[in-house]
Design a protein around this ligand. Structure first.
Ligand SMILES: [Cu+2]
Length: 356
């Protein structure tokens, strides 16, 4: 029985050469590069390296790519790098400051092409809002008047749709349906009052397979005016799930460059899952169950407990995790080919670290 592994350009010698450099960021980069056996071309973009996935059960039973010692070493190095912290250029999903025009909160977004580092060794050209993939987080409160001024510095037209947000039809951001496209060099101003609280998103709605795929997306969070309507929590984290530019990512980064979530024993943590990709991503947290209390920004009539929450494209799910047990809890997408292969963990993997 032949396996796909025998056709892979990866060689054991190549791995050993990389591994012999020792543990550290450059090595992880080297490992990721060594693990790249396929090219992924984001729609219209340059080919980027992506760690392969071992989906064939027989692949390990037949001719192994690496010895078990090599395999263990690669796994260990990835984990060690993650724990030590991997420096990458750029950080997405950062709060966007606003200015006040009377009682209107004014946000500015500029769409342009940038270099984006997903992980050491995985560098892509992204189309980004304000230079990051995902774009900055816009956070307002129910009842706020909001204005978003969008400037287009891309070589093609674009538009911004506020996904999940109730607003006047003319502000819905769909070219030729509710507005003309924003041509290169032009701007468009969106203005509305935030009516429905919850975890929402904003993204391009023009040539969207390419434009959202290349990174034109971000979180749009409308806080409850009456905070008591949501369950109580101490920490609030957003995970934007994606499977396009640069492979499988949380907030624009792939393991081991994904951000760690740190909480103290006894704290309650809110996670907002948002899927801006094109695949399903069941989010699984080890050890600590998740109280699912909102879908697409709408609080559920009856919250429920789960340990794996399937997040489909366009969906948002809000959960509360009570940090009842200390330790480093693995936290990953449970489509295993999005998270771990023969060369270790990659892509949609992080950890919730509960400190005593
Ligand atoms: Cu996944």
């Amino acid at each position: 029985m032949s396996t796909t592994s025998s056709k892979r350009p990866f060689t054991r010698r190549g791995f050993i050469k990389g591994a012999s450099l020792g543990v550290g960021v450059p090595v992880v980069g080297g490992l990721l590069a060594a693990c790249s056996t396929q090219s992924v071309t984001p729609a219209g973009g340059a080919a980027v390296a992506q760690p392969h996935s071992d989906t064939e059960p027989h692949a390990t039973a037949a001719a192994a790519v690496a010895s078990y010692e090599d395999m263990d070493r690669m796994h260990e190095e990835g984990v060690k790098a993650f724990v030590a912290g991997v420096e990458t250029k750029g950080k997405g999903n950062q709060p966007l400051a606003f200015t006040l025009d009377g009682d209107v909160k004014v946000f500015e977004l500029t769409a342009s092409e940038v270099d984006w580092q997903v992980a050491p060794g995985i560098d892509v050209k992204a189309w980004a809002y304000n230079g990051t993939m995902p774009g900055p987080e816009i956070r307002i409160t129910e009842g706020d008047k909001v204005r978003v001024v969008v400037k287009n510095e891309l070589p093609e037209s674009t538009a911004v749709h506020f996904h999940g947000v109730m607003l006047p039809n003319s502000m819905d951001g769909v070219p030729f349906v509710t507005q003309p496209p924003i041509k290169p060099g032009e701007s468009f101003t969106y203005e509305f009052t935030a009516r429905n609280p919850g975890s929402h998103m904003y993204h391009s709605h023009h040539n969207s397979t390419k434009q959202v795929g290349k990174g034109l997306l971000g979180a749009f969070i409308i806080e409850q005016k009456d905070r008591a309507k949501d369950p109580a929590y101490d920490l609030d984290f957003t995970l934007i799930l994606n499977d396009q530019n640069g492979g499988f990512t949380f907030n624009g980064k792939g393991f081991p460059a994904t951000e760690k979530f740190v909480a103290k024993l006894g704290q309650k943590v809110r996670f907002r899952y948002m899927n801006e990709g094109m695949m399903y991503h069941p989010m699984h947290l080890h050890g600590l169950p998740q109280l699912v209390f909102a879908r697409d920004g709408w609080n559920l009539p009856q919250p429920y407990m789960a340990d794996t929450i399937n997040v489909g494209p366009g969906e948002r799910w809000d959960v509360i995790v009570e940090c009842t047990d200390p330790g480093v809890w693995a936290f990953h997408c449970h489509v295993l080919s999005h998270a771990e292969g023969e060369h270790g963990m990659f892509g949609m993997v992080t950890a919730l670290i509960v400190q005593e």
